[in-house]
Design a protein around this ligand. Structure first.
Ligand SMILES: NC(=O)c1ccc[n+]([C@@H]2O[C@H](COP(=O)([O-])OP(=O)(O)OC[C@H]3O[C@@H](n4cnc5c(N)ncnc54)[C@H](O)[C@@H]3O)[C@@H](O)[C@H]2O)c1
Length: 278
């Protein structure tokens, strides 16, 4: 269980959800952890984002596992904040040699009515934020000749669905960025890969705003009411995956033994990718 002993891992969006499970799995395997999260709601996002208490709880859970943790309230759309965070981590914990660009938002909106504010929020958080993360960590990794970067796309980054113009555009963009960055870094011992999750049981999915879009025929749809709709997005007959299932694929890509896996995308989506690609 000490596969990542001595490593320093940066996880964006680490206050809750998949970011938290990635952080805890790495801490349990010996890595020191750096997490950031905006910990503030956005007027363009119709569900609550993480809170400072969520961020403090992830920090507590990491330290409870015997690892050091830097936890910072920062927006990945802020390039200077990401550069500062990596510099602080390098100074206090040691060189950041693992990065998971996980922070993101989901807004379901049709191109017919989407405001520029919604578009800008989704692109800033899901695409520019990933670039800022890569930009902050990759120079040091390339100089040291070692690094593992995992970006988080989505099954909606490999296909399309109504009402997901901005989200799909951002997540397709993450895949293009990942593949190109993998080639930029191909000679430097740094790998860059993406995971593309299906429906994952986190607050991004389990919220009233999305439930209402999934079941417009009901006044107060419940998890049970929306489950059949979510199931249709997958190939296997399951509505939701657990965050730990995504962590499993992330750990595989972060392993030393994955040195020659780069520029690829691992779908963890209950078979959804079988419908869209070879
Ligand atoms: N839940 C799903 O079904 C699903 C499916 C496919 C992909 N994803 C992707 O997985 C990633 C993790 O999402 P999750 O399911 O854990 O949801 P989540 O909402 O629980 O976690 C996302 C975290 O990112 C933070 N965040 C959002 N924008 C940020 C920004 N600009 N700067 C810093 N922090 C920011 C949020 O506060 C939150 O803590 C996201 O990129 C999401 O798009 C999720």
């Amino acid at each position: 269980m000490d596969d990542f002993a001595g490593r320093v891992a940066l996880i964006t969006g680490g206050a809750r959800g998949q970011g938290r499970t990635h952080a805890l799995a790495l801490a349990e395997r010996g890595a020191d952890i750096v997490i950031c999260d905006r910990c503030a709601d956005s007027p363009s996002v119709p569900y609550p984002l993480a809170t400072p208490e969520d961020l403090a709880e992830t920090e507590r859970l990491v330290t409870e596992r015997g690892r050091r943790c830097i936890a910072v309230q920062a927006n990945t759309a802020d390039h200077a904040a990401m550069v500062d965070l990596v510099a602080r981590a390098n100074a206090e914990l040691g060189s950041v040699d693992i990065a998971i660009a996980n922070a993101g938002v989901s807004v379901a909106d049709s191109v017919v009515q989407m405001s520029p504010e919604v578009w800008n929020e989704v692109i800033a958080s899901n695409l520019t934020g990933v670039f800022n993360t890569l930009s902050a960590v990759s120079p040091g990794m390339a100089e040291r000749g070692h690094g593992r970067i995992v970006t988080v796309s989505s099954m909606m980054g490999r296909g399309a669905n109504p009402g997901l113009t901005a989200y799909s555009a951002s997540k397709w963009g993450v895949i293009g960025m990942t593949k190109s960055a993998a080639l930029d870094l191909a000679g430097s011992g740094v790998t860059v890969n993406a995971v593309a999750p299906g429906n994952v049981s986190t607050a991004m999915v389990h919220n009233d705003a999305l439930y209402a879009i999934m079941r417009p025929d009901l006044d107060h749809p419940t998890r049970e009411d929306v489950a059949p709709i979510f199931t249709m997005l997958h190939g296997q007959p399951v509505p939701f995956l657990e965050p730990e299932e995504i962590t499993h694929a992330v750990l595989f890509l972060l392993a030393d033994a994955s040195a020659h896996i780069t520029g690829t995308v691992i779908p963890v989506d209950a078979g959804a990718a079988a419908r869209v690609s070879a």
